[in-house]
Design a protein around this ligand. Structure first.
Ligand SMILES: Nc1nc2c(c(=O)[nH]1)N[C@H]1C(S)=C(S)[C@@H](COP(=O)(O)OP(=O)(O)OC[C@H]3O[C@@H](n4cnc5c(=O)[nH]c(N)nc54)[C@H](O)[C@@H]3O)O[C@H]1N2
Ligand SMILES: Nc1nc2c(c(=O)[nH]1)N[C@H]1C(S)=C(S)[C@@H](COP(=O)(O)OP(=O)(O)OC[C@H]3O[C@@H](n4cnc5c(=O)[nH]c(N)nc54)[C@H](O)[C@@H]3O)O[C@H]1N2
Ligand code: SF4
Ligand SMILES: [Mo]
Length: 758
């Protein structure tokens, strides 16, 4: 088979390839107002919802003379409440990004080298359809896998399900929040979902365990966090790094990375030992309290101290603060929790602590969400796939992993990993796999073995350069999508509608899916004329008014009771029908029925190495936005956070450029400036994810900063659900001056981000 070369995209063919008090306003204001033309009101204002991240805030897009001039929050939308985070306000930076994909492209061999040729939609879709059908005929429908992230992916999922493949994976499960959902589901019989049912605004004590709200900018959570701060909630932040959240907290616990479960067990020890728990709630709703009480007896604060580095007195006092505020104590479940490979058990420990405090279903803890009944579109049923998902060695592996594992689908394309490689073709929608799945060399290996790779994207990301066919999607401001109907504090439905027509030769995902569906003999799955007709059908079936929807962007339903004390029904969909402190299900599967902590399993960094930690910048969403010129006015390149003492030992100056090299000798492709700081522990370094981009046609961000993912050559898989713990790599510094560059130098002067932390 022809080995794929990365193509510098565009190589051939035609040219051209209402929060009160204003605290959030201050908070967001610090990042400027990244708006194309903030002074200009539109002659048209179109309500829709945002896609700069996955939170889906309602927006009002102002259009003047055919251009989107500014994007504001839709005051009628319960997620934005009229305010957007800085990324959402900077959406025009994506719409008008000069580097956008402009035409469909096909990989061709021309005189021995591979190039992309601009082609018509008809030709591009023809090639995709031909390959889908050929591969189905030769290897079965399941040989096609879909990776999908982002709301527009719903159309592609529908297509691939209709095609008959079970191999549909999203990195938001095994690389993100999967362990949390499983840990909470085991305990309460429900996960926390997205948007999470956390009642942050009413919390009187808020515990954040590496959940860095304020850098992690999920708009409603940040607004609610601002409310909690204003209400003087007791905030306890556990993070090896002094995060923005830590700076707003009464307590910062700079924990030794990887030891959180020990802290959680010690907290439970104190809360049970000092009878700070909610006895009445536990008696009524919980199963296995005696076992848990017995289990945590040994895990005293004195036991936890040498493991976590958190002093016994601090553990006791913070536990008492939690006990004093209960049930309005919210131990936040976090979101990106795939850290060390024992993540389901750590998430379980968080769930258990919440259970002891009686916070599930209670004001200031976790509210009971509701949803509008919106019947699905009536399609013929999907056929049962002719094969199991190929994402794990045996179906019994990772027994509680109830979604397809993205890294496993990647492995399944490599000969020898799953016997005969099961997967022959990938469709990739809105997911930049080389920077998203750990161990990128493995991802490249899989890509080389594929018969066919088609990518749907808006930008010339890394994955695009490796594709056989590239389908340029219209951005979220240029398309209509599936209706949004979340479980939330109040039930509502929101619509995404076309604000301006698609630029260049880009097309909306629904159109691509429908055209492909017709070509591969599935017209009955695409009976609608367009996404508007589709949305209308669904809205009418629910008795909702389409005109109101179009004009307002959202229709809100009547909120149900939010808390048990207000009449919400305490229902726990576990086997026992109770909150399972002791989990018979885990025990039956051979796992610890209650979380334990084994310090001997925690690896220490080798001499001269530091644990690589990573997270978010407030104005960016991974690499989705780092090429966005508007947003980059505020934050252009990541930095390597290095503890002051470590920097002194190495003689590293603030702002000096370094490369990072990991324990396996893997060096970052590019360098980044050092940020010398007292705000991180000496055993770890930290970078923001989404930089060090290698794709040259991302002309703005290419070569800036360091890609954490390149250095994640190792990961630990959670045995319960298959998540990939990625905080298990160690790095050392190479001074940029000492490194012989084999890459093009960074092509623009670097503006180091201002201090964004208060
Ligand atoms: N090393 C490392 N790996 C991680 C993480 C980390 O912090 N570090 N985080 C993990 C987490 S929490 C998550 S959720 C995942 C996220 O993983 P991904 O979802 O893969 O995130 P991105 O790398 O931003 O890739 C998004 C891709 O979608 C494209 N895109 C943007 N908008 C649209 C659109 O409207 N339509 C289409 N078709 N494409 C679009 C972008 O151009 C980009 O190529 O990564 C996980 N992996
Ligand atoms: N601005 C912005 N906001 C975003 C996103 C974005 O890309 N940009 N992405 C969204 C998505 S998909 C997700 S999943 C969330 C992710 O947001 P979070 O759930 O907050 O997770 P991470 O981004 O992984 O943040 C990691 C934090 O944990 C700390 N940490 C690292 N190791 C440990 C440890 O062993 N123990 C403890 N206690 N802390 C540790 C790090 O220092 C860092 O502060 O953010 C969402 N919000
Ligand atoms: S949190 Fe920000 S980027 Fe995400 S949907 Fe809301 S406004 Fe858009
Ligand atoms: Mo995520």
């Amino acid at each position: 088979m022809k080995r794929r070369q990365f193509i510098r995209v565009g190589g051939y063919g035609a040219a051209g390839a209402a929060v009160a008090g204003g605290l959030t306003t201050d908070w967001y204001g610090r990042y400027g107002n990244p708006t194309a033309d903030p002074g200009t009101d539109g002659d048209r204002v179109v309500p829709s919802f945002c896609e700069l991240c996955f939170w889906k805030c309602g927006i009002l897009a102002h259009v003047k003379d055919g251009r989107v001039t500014k994007i504001k929050g839709n005051p009628k939308d319960p997620l934005s409440n009229g305010h957007l985070c800085p990324r959402g306000a900077g959406g025009t930076g994506l719409l008008y990004d000069p580097d956008r994909l402009k035409k469909p492209m096909i990989r061709r061999d021309v005189r021995g080298s591979q190039v992309f040729e601009d082609v018509s939609w008809d030709d591009a879709l023809g090639v995709v359809a031909e390959n889908f059908e050929r591969i189905k005929a030769e290897h079965g429908a399941a040989a096609l896998a879909l990776f999908s992230h982002g709301y527009g992916g719903s159309w592609m999922k529908h297509l691939v399900k209709a095609h008959g493949s079970p191999n549909i994976a999203a990195p938001s499960y095994a690389q993100c929040r999967g362990p949390r959902e499983v840990g909470f589901d085991l305990t309460f019989g429900a996960g926390v979902g997205s948007p999470e049912n956390t009642d942050i605004r009413n919390a009187r004590c808020l515990v954040l365990i590496g959940s860095h709200l304020g850098e992690n900018m999920h708009n409603t959570q940040v607004q609610d966090f601002a409310d909690a701060i204003r209400n003087e909630a007791d905030i306890i932040t556990v993070d090896p790094r002094y995060s923005v959240a830590a700076s707003k907290s009464r307590w910062w616990l700079p924990i030794k990375p990887g030891t959180d479960t020990a802290l959680l067990l010690a907290w439970m020890n104190v809360i049970i030992g000092e009878e700070l728990y909610d006895r009445d709630y536990i008696e009524r709703y919980a199963y296995g309290f005696e076992q848990l009480a017995e289990h945590v007896k040994a895990f005293t604060p004195e036991w936890a101290y040498p493991r976590t580095g958190i002093e016994p007195d601090v553990i006791r006092r913070t536990a008492r603060a939690m006990g004093a505020a209960r049930p309005a104590t919210l131990v936040h479940p976090g979101r990106h929790v795939t850290w060390y490979g024992d993540d389901t058990q750590r998430s379980r420990a968080i769930a258990l602590l919440n259970a002891l405090l009686g916070s599930w279903g209670r004001k200031g803890g976790f509210f009971v969400p509701s949803q509008i009944q919106l019947p699905p579109y009536e399609y013929p049923g999907y056929l049962k796939p002719d094969a199991q998902a190929a994402d794990r060695p045996a179906p019994s592996d990772y027994p509680l992993g109830d979604q397809v594992l993205a890294q496993g689908v990647c492995d399944a394309a490599i000969t020898g990993v799953r016997g005969d490689s099961a997967i022959k073709a990938w469709m990739v929608y809105g997911s930049n796999l080389p920077t998203t799945l750990p161990d990128p060399e493995n991802t490249y290996k899989a890509i080389q073995e594929l018969d066919f790779l088609v990518t749907v994207d808006v930008l010339p990301a890394e994955i695009v350069g490796w594709s056989d066919v590239v389908l340029p999607e219209a951005t979220y401001l240029e398309r209509c999508d599936e209706l949004y109907n979340p479980w939330w504090r109040e039930p509502y439905v929101a619509v995404r509608q076309e604000v301006v027509p698609p630029m260049y030769d880009s097309k909306p995902g629904w159109w691509m899916a429908r055209e492909l569906g017709k070509r591969i003999g599935l017209p009955e799955f695409f009976p609608w004329k367009d996404s508007i007709e589709y949305a209308k059908t669904r809205l009418e079936a629910a008795g909702l008014d389409c005109e109101v929807m179009k004009e307002q962007g959202v229709i809100r339903g009547k909120p149900g009771p939010l808390y048990f004390e207000e009449g919400a029904v305490p229902e726990f969909y576990t086997d026992s029908g109770k909150i399972e402190l002791y989990s018979p299900k885990l025990a039956a599967l051979g796992f610890d029925p209650m979380p334990t902590y084994d310090h001997s399993k925690l690896e220490e960094p080798p001499e001269g190495y530091y644990r690589l930690l990573f997270g978010r910048a407030p104005v960016h969403t991974f690499g989705r936005t780092t090429n966005n010129r508007l947003l980059s006015e505020v934050y252009r390149e990541n930095e390597v956070w290095v503890n002051r003492d470590v920097a002194r030992r190495w003689g590293l100056e603030d702002g000096e450029r370094v490369y990072l090299q990991n324990q396996d000798g893997k060096r970052s492709s590019f360098s980044a400036p050092v940020k010398v700081t007292g705000r991180i522990r000496p055993d770890a370094v930290y970078v923001v994810h989404g930089y060090g981009r290698r794709a040259p046609k991302l002309r703005f961000v290419h070569g800036k900063g360091i890609d954490d993912n390149e250095l994640i050559t190792r990961y630990k898989v959670d045995p319960i659900m298959g998540g990939t713990g990625m905080n298990v790599n160690f790095v050392t510094f190479l001074r940029a001056a000492d490194v012989v560059e084999d890459e093009p130098a960074v092509d623009e002067p670097v503006v180091v981000a201002e201090e964004v932390v208060a």
